[in-house]
Design a protein. Structure first.
Length: 181
């Protein structure tokens, strides 16, 4: 937790968002400084053509490299939502696990949000579709074009955490009111 405390003192934060998938994992790095979002990097880790254990290792290895390169203070990953296909959720859970282990192996804090929370924070509607998320990511980060959906979802995860972190920070320092209890 030391990294989060240091971020609080500086009132800035670098976040790695991850949209885990067993075939494509999106990632996005966003800075928050002086109450402004700044795009750093995003992309996709494509592993669809490999055996499943190799996919998981590659997700872990590539995210580890991204963490070492960008040095985020926190990694944010979407919580698994189980709808109709439990097998798909289980496979997705493995990809999430590889991502989480990459972060914890580098001593990076991990936060999780539901897809509803992420869409609500970025678009204003928990029922937003992928195109709406991509559009808002482009607008919020001042990008010339929208990133691929996996990368946009990852950036959205990061922005969701930044909003949550900023609100909590403002409450702690008294800008948002006084907390009792």
């Amino acid at each position: 937790m030391a990294s989060s405390t240091a971020a609080t003192d500086q009132c800035s934060l670098r976040v790695l968002g991850v949209d885990p998938g067993s075939r494509v994992t999106g990632f996005g790095v966003v800075d928050f400084e002086d109450r402004h979002l700044h795009y750093v990097d995003c992309g996709r880790i494509q592993v669809a053509d490999q055996p499943f254990p190799t996919r998981l290792h590659r997700i872990y290895a590539e995210l580890s490299g991204i963490i070492r390169e960008h040095r985020p203070q926190v990694m944010v990953v979407e919580k698994v939502f189980v709808a109709r296909n439990a097998q798909s959720a289980l496979i997705l859970g493995h990809a999430r696990g590889a991502a989480i282990v990459a972060a914890t192996a580098e001593n990076i804090d991990v936060e999780e949000y539901t897809a509803l929370q992420v869409k609500q924070a970025v678009v204003g509607s928990g029922k937003a579709d992928k195109a709406q998320v991509q559009h808002m990511i482009r607008v919020l980060l001042g990008l010339r074009e929208a990133p691929p959906s996996d990368a946009a979802d990852a950036l959205a995860c990061g922005i969701c955490h930044i909003h949550t972190w900023d609100n909590a920070h403002r409450l702690r320092v008294g800008l948002g009111g006084t907390r009792s209890g």
